[in-house]
Design a binder for this molecule. Sequence first.
Ligand SMILES: NC(=O)c1ccc[n+]([C@@H]2O[C@H](COP(=O)([O-])OP(=O)(O)OC[C@H]3O[C@@H](n4cnc5c(N)ncnc54)[C@H](O)[C@@H]3O)[C@@H](O)[C@H]2O)c1
Ligand SMILES: N[C@@H](CCC(=O)N[C@@H](CSCO)C(=O)NCC(=O)O)C(=O)O
Ligand SMILES: [Zn+2]
Ligand SMILES: [Zn+2]
Length: 378
Amino acid sequence: MSTVGKDIECYAAVAWEAKKPLSIEKVTVSPPKAGEVRIRIQYTGVCHTDQYTLSGIDPEGLFPCILGHEGAGIVESVGDGVTSVQPGDTVIPCYIPQCNDCKFCRSSKTNLCSKIRNTQGKGVMPDGTSRFTCKGKTLFHFMGVSAFSQYTVVAEISLAKINPKAPLKSVCLLGCGISTGYGAVLNTANVEKDSTVAVFGLGTVGLAAIFGAKKRGAKEIIGIDINTKKESLAKKFGSTRFVNPKDYPDRPIQDVLIEMTDGGLDYTFECVGNVQLMRSALEACHKGWGTSVIIGVAGSGQEISTRPFQLVTGRVWKGSAFGGWKSRESVPKLVEEYMASELMVDEHITHRVGIDDINKAFDYLHSGDALRVVVDLS
Ligand SMILES: NC(=O)c1ccc[n+]([C@@H]2O[C@H](COP(=O)([O-])OP(=O)(O)OC[C@H]3O[C@@H](n4cnc5c(N)ncnc54)[C@H](O)[C@@H]3O)[C@@H](O)[C@H]2O)c1
Ligand SMILES: N[C@@H](CCC(=O)N[C@@H](CSCO)C(=O)NCC(=O)O)C(=O)O
Ligand SMILES: [Zn+2]
Ligand SMILES: [Zn+2]
């Protein structure tokens, strides 16, 4: 029986409030309105940012909501006026859309499409309402995706249509972490051959940055983490050296790195979300030309600081969202790159769980043993 135009009841992991485990609930997902698409999510990764928002430190965190923004699935139905996808298409929802019409999309300098950013940040669809209800309550959307649900509704402009042969249980990860780290190196920093690079924080984002630096032919790639288990992993992704700041309790880590690299790094990447580390990453850059890219997401109220002299003397501080990729045109290409064995994806998957065990995914992440846990919602 067709579900088109009807409410769908399915299971979702609901975040009723911050700091509490997710709760598996039967939710009702309304049909897509004009310009919207309903998707059957098959797999989703769990990103540090889901954990961050659930922890209650995201200034945009709204509850109750359905988290998740690293998903992949199949289009179930489309709303009026939708032309770029149809039922049956294989898609990755993107938390940064690409409308090709706004000031940002028309600029080659950014990927930050702003067409629906205001409503997305308020946890609702562009018309200001939600498509999710549960137990008589309205649930907020999250990052325009809400992949922790078997069905979700997203804006058409948020959907990247990908190769139907792509294994969704792997390429779902291209919806955030891997694309982010890889793109920050290729697009935001544009690392050149023979550069020296340091990556702070070796989760999926940091390891994908290391992989990008290796691809670009960087001659020195220093992986930095306080978890010693990350040393061998980083090597697998292309690092040339591992530094654990805990081995240097009496010295700022930037001083250690400057000494190791004859004056500092050409490029550094902060992939943790720690504002002190952001300062270290900037100050570890080489005088005159070093560029530091902030990728990590910091909690509400946190601010960065450094001596302005650090910038006056030629260091550059930048930030990167979704690796600078213009989403709808780039994600399908990243999928092809993976399918041609040119992009490491499966190496990031340390655990798989069913939707009923989604809280275990958060436990694995907290334990420090996991990179990406892929949740099967199929
Ligand atoms: N800007 C973006 O578009 C974007 C996209 C995805 C994720 N993020 C953010 O990037 C960050 C990384 O995401 P992830 O999913 O890879 O996270 P993760 O939790 O898997 O990895 C973080 C790593 O940092 C390490 N770490 C923690 N404190 C450290 C310290 N003081 N010094 C060195 N290493 C330290 C941890 O041991 C861990 O290996 C998060 O802040 C996340 O919210 C940003
Ligand atoms: N809501 C937070 C900001 C969160 C944030 O910076 N998000 C990143 C993506 S994290 C993906 O794992 C991002 O791309 N931001 C761009 C944007 O949200 O427009 C806050 O309010 O501080
Ligand atoms: Zn993410
Ligand atoms: Zn746009």
